[in-house]
Design a protein around this ligand. Structure first.
Ligand code: PEP
Ligand code: MG
Length: 888
């Protein structure tokens, strides 16, 4: 294998081999741009070194050969005493790992060549400063000396001279500092700073290889999901100097504004300085536009080069450059990072310029960026007082008065107050309070806690698990770690995108993108916001190409209507248990607690309420499919808390008060109490044990559909059975349901064409999908429960308990409740989809777990051939966009 490539030999498609930096340096070299000559040692060489502990045998000779060529080109030898060639040795992996790996500049300087450099540059100070920088960087990164020791020596030199900044040290001071630095190296490493330039270079190359495996690099890769065996390339590049006087300097530039996407001159320049000085913020930079006055020729050349790069890369590029005594050099370029808004604008601008097509434009943006643009944000310029931080559970910026119970939340919001509902954790009883609140803050629970899931569903801002905040709901106050007390009525601000919690009001700016989706702002208007125009166009591209349909998880007409405005093509999950919260909860409680079918009354009361719900829902989704899931309440969410109830009974007993009802309830609750309610009596199991329950719901659906039909509507109901593990369960429910439907069809004189399907949310269901498909018209993958049961992770608990540790250890980069675990849960989905279709080729397939609105997961569902994804209304645009990106 060839281990070394001259910059003239590579190109930008060789990132695997040459790393991002090396590949782009080669590309620029071949474009004829002024890149200082050099060569790149491949990632293959690094891999051999990492596997075997030594450099590949051929490497040394290849490096010598390329070094010879470089010396010839430059007309001087590495470290040559009277006129030294100096080089930089820089890391550069395939994927950018900013600041994770090593770089050493000024390789080739030594006691022998420092005066030669001084003579050539005509600058003593410059030469000694370069030498001390080499010893400092080399000492720290190659020899492993504690960097503090150099910093201290530098500080000491300044103190001794009574100056504040480095540039005030003169040549003699720096010469002394070099001697001091060399002492540090000798003392710390037991050897002298190497004077042989080639030895310096070889050691630096090895250090760059080694830096692939530092702890921080490994951690970064695990978190970013960068494979650990790629290795880094090493770029050896002849040095050019921006610190040779006022006609020299260094800068960064962008081919357009990375904040807005606007074309123009963007960047910073620092006269008489080297790259690290800019990063270190030692002196203030000037705007790039000022370079025109400082050095017009270089400025004009730079503008020309930027245009060349943008046309060539067909994208925004960022650039690092240096001017050495009036000569411009390009040190780096890459496709640049940008804000979410700029990404959309740049993508459409490039289409207009004819540089990219629509399919490519879709690849230039992503759902995470769109989601970011959809949430109102705090005005970051405003001053604010942060009092704590939790998990960013549902994005947005919310401001309101602190309230500590749902009753107060509802009461205050009715009288026009904006409130933030603060709880230790929430449960279904808090639903009204959550609806009334601007945002929800809890001190316990993770990203799938009740508060988080419900808030995301409502598109409501939520910060959960802010453990450093002590919430005392009894005395209606919250105490911060430093003892600040927030009382009921005090204003707080919460940022669901960052998890930050503030005391007082932080000003909020609304999202024009949501105004647009809501139909309150039009992309067509001449004066329409540029961002809105760009989003509108990109969404149109996505809708044109996507294969996946996008539905909403919605339980009421209001959510359904919003979902439709946002582009939903139906409802993929209506959780009927959500229709039984608040005042209706008691009816369900009675139903569950009824011994036999004695309590038919509760069912009969529920029927008209359910039917009215469905009529509204079918009306708001007229002409589009609505999947109604039959009741699936884990019992613990519906029954009174066993502890509270016991206390109530005990108190009543002690006070000799009447308590027969509570006692009866307590006995029943005891009987039904479960250790693992999530694995208990819920879903289809409940339907099979409580006579008449599912029949009532099916009747409500069928009658609602019949009434809509008779009112000339176009209802398209689909009935879905939750938590099925075996086809037998489904068969029993189907038989009963078909009877009810036939009856309703007869009495109403209509044909309903209702379909009946199941959720696939248990491993057994996935594993026997072929059998289950015999009795199902459709599958909807419930990836929340499927993740819970495949991993054995309690979805309500684990994110708050040990997931932080798992994320820190890099066991996964993101919670499997957020992004589908492709290898485990995903492979069940893939196989079940195939098995289901083998039984029934026209089986409709969808997903309605939280993953349905997650960008990476949407791509997976596209790939395994599902027909649709279903997600909360606010995530519909994101799902549409990602479905488009997956298909483009
Ligand atoms: C699921 O389990 O993925 C699902 C959608 O159902 P629920 O979240 O209501 O359990
Ligand atoms: Mg479920």
């Amino acid at each position: 294998a060839k281990f070394v490539y001259d910059f003239t030999e590579g190109n930008r498609d060789l990132k695997d081999l040459l790393g991002g930096k090396g590949a782009n340096l080669a590309e620029m070299t071949n474009l004829g741009l002024p890149v200082p000559p050099g060569f790149t040692i491949t990632t293959e060489a690094c891999k051999v070194y990492l596997e075997s502990g030594t450099e590949p045998a051929a490497l040394r000779a290849e490096v010598s050969q390329h070094l010879d060529a470089l010396e010839q080109k430059m007309g001087k030898k590495l470290g040559q005493a009277d006129d030294p060639l100096l080089v930089s040795v820089r890391s550069g992996a395939k994927f950018s790992m900013p600041g994770m790996m090593d770089t050493v500049l000024n390789i080739g300087l030594s006691d022998a060549s420092v005066s030669g450099l001084a003579a050539q540059a005509g600058d003593e100070r410059f030469a000694w400063d370069s030498y001390r920088r080499l010893i400092q960087m080399f000492g720290k990164t190659v020899l492993g000396v504690d960097g503090e020791l150099f910093e201290e020596a530098l500080e000491e030199a300044k103190r001794a001279k009574g100056v504040r900044v480095d540039v005030e040290l003169d040549a003699a001071d720096l010469q002394n500092l070099v001697a001091h630095f060399k002492d540090v190296v000798a003392k710390e490493t037991g050897r002298d700073f190497p004077q042989d330039p080639r030895e310096q270079m070889d050691l630096a190359i090895r250090a760059v290889f080694d830096s692939w495996n530092t702890d921080r690099a490994k951690l970064y890769r695990r978190q970013e999901r960068i494979p650990g065996d790629l290795g880094t390339a090493v770029n050896v590049c002849s040095m050019v100097f921006g610190n040779l006087g006022p006609d020299s300097g260094t800068g960064v530039a962008f081919t357009r504004d990375p904040a807005s996407g606007q074309q123009g001159v963007y960047g910073d320049y620092l006269q008489n300085a080297q790259g690290e000085d800019v990063v270190a913020g030692i002196r203030n930079t000037v705007p790039l536009a000022d370079l025109e006055n400082i050095d017009k020729a270089s400025y004009d050349q730079l503008m020309q080069i930027m245009e060349t790069l943008e046309t060539h890369y067909k994208d925004l590029c960022d650039i690092e450059f240096t001017i050495e005594r009036g000569k411009l050099w390009m040190l780096q370029t890459r496709v640049g990072k940008r804000t979410a808004g700029a990404a959309f604008r740049i993508a459409t601008q490039l289409v207009d310029q004819g540089l990219i097509d629509e399919a490519e434009a879709l690849q230039r943006v992503n759902g995470a960026q769109l989601a970011q643009l959809m949430f109102p944000r705090f005005d970051l310029g405003a001053k604010s007082e942060m009092i704590g931080r939790g998990i960013a559970a549902s994005p947005g910026a919310a401001v309101g008065k602190a309230v500590f119970d749902s009753y107060t939340a509802v009461k205050w919001s009715r009288s026009g107050e904006k409130v933030i509902l603060i709880r230790r954790e929430t449960n279904p009883d808090d639903l009204n309070g959550m609806i009334a609140a601007e945002g929800i803050l809890t001190s316990r629970g993770g990203k799938t806690s009740h508060a988080a899931v419900v808030a995301r569903g409502m598109g409501k801002t939520c910060v959960c698990g802010a453990e450093e905040l002590e919430v005392d709901t009894k005395s209606r106050r919250m105490t911060t770690q430093d003892g600040t007390v927030i009382e009921e009525g005090d204003v707080v601000s919460i940022d669901g995108s960052t998890g930050k919690v503030y005391a007082g009001e932080v000003p909020v700016v609304p999202s024009p993108v949501v105004e647009y989706f809501e139909g309150r702002m039009h992309a067509g208007a001449d004066d329409a916001d540029e961002l809105v125009k760009a989003v509108h166009r990109i969404m149109a591209y996505a809708d044109r190409v996507r294969r996946l349909r996008v539905r909403a998880n919605a339980d009421n007409a209001e959510d359904a209507a919003r979902a439709r405005r946002f582009g939903a093509q139906g409802i993929g999950l209506c959780r009927t248990e959500h229709m039984f919260l608040g005042e209706r909860r008691e009816m369900v409680e009675r139903l569950i607690l009824a011994d036999t079918d004695a309590d038919k009354a509760a069912l009969e009361e529920l029927l008209p309420l359910q039917k009215a719900d469905f009529i509204e829902l079918f009306e708001s989704m007229d002409g589009l499919p609505v999947t109604v899931r039959l009741l699936d309440p884990p019992l613990h969410e519906f029954l009174p808390d066993i502890t509270d109830l016991s206390v109530r009974v005990a108190l009543a007993e002690a006070r000799h008060e009447k308590h027969e009802n509570d006692l009866r309830l307590l006995q029943a609750v005891h009987k039904l109490h479960e250790q693992n309610p999530m694995l208990g009596l819920r879903g289809v199991r409940l339907g099979l044990v409580i006579p008449g329950l599912f029949a009532m719901q099916v009747r409500a659906i069928a009658e609602a559909a019949a009434e809509r039909k008779n009112a000339k509507g176009d209802p398209r109901a689909e009935i879905m059975i939750p938590l099925v593990g075996t086809v037998q369960e489904l068969e029993i429910v189907r038989e009963e349901a078909e009877q009810v439907i036939a009856e309703v069809e007869k009495t109403h004189g209509v044909e309903l064409k209702l379909t009946l399907g199941t959720m696939i949310e248990l491993p057994r269901a996935a594993l026997t999908a072929g059998q289950i498909a015999e009795s199902a018209d459709f599958f909807s993958f419930g990836t929340n429960d499927l993740t819970q049961t495949v991993w054995g992770f309690s979805r309500d608990d684990v994110e708050a308990s040990f997931f932080t540790a798992y994320l820190e250890k890099g066991i996964f980069g993101v919670s499997p409740f957020e992004t589908i675990d492709k290898d485990g849960v995903g492979s069940l989905v893939r196989n079940a989809a195939a098995a289901g279709r083998a039984t029934r080729p026209d089986l409709k397939l969808g997903v309605c777990g939280e993953h349905g609105g997650d960008p990476e997961s949407v791509h997976f569902f596209h790939e395994v051939g599902l027909d649709y994804v279903s997600c909360s209304p606010f995530r519909i645009p994101v799902a549409r966009l990602e479905a488009g990106r997956a298909a483009a």
